[in-house]
Design a protein around this ligand. Sequence first.
Ligand SMILES: [Fe+2]
Length: 148
Amino acid sequence: MDPIEILMNEHGLIRSYLDNLNKAVVKLENGEKPPRAFFEKAVAFSREFADKFHHFKEEHLMFVRLAAKKRGAVDAQIDALRYQHERGRELVTQIEGSLAGYGEYRPVAPNDSPEGKARNRRVDIVILDPDIALMEPVCDISALENPK
Ligand SMILES: [Fe+2]
């Protein structure tokens, strides 16, 4: 399997993660409460797999080699992908911040019983930028390899 094929397979895993995250957002918008553990796992997946494993290879290996190979022809696309990666990291940090604070500081039930504590262990997501849904969530390496 060549490196591009490996990265494309990793995109499939990241796509599934983003699809699941979108499903959780729809549930939240409909008043349902996805389990806190789902968001904890989503944050861990994003940090450990998407960033440390996948984006690291793209940002520190592929983008550098591709920029040199294409001599500036794909710099704008690479900058856009770097921006998407950074924006994704910011959003994950926001989700993580919500996990850390909402149950204790914005209780929806008295925190003096196991049932109340269970209700307070939740995630509230506020969508501040609806245009983020229009962004391409994962990069298309083939477009970089064959710029128009
Ligand atoms: Fe990627």
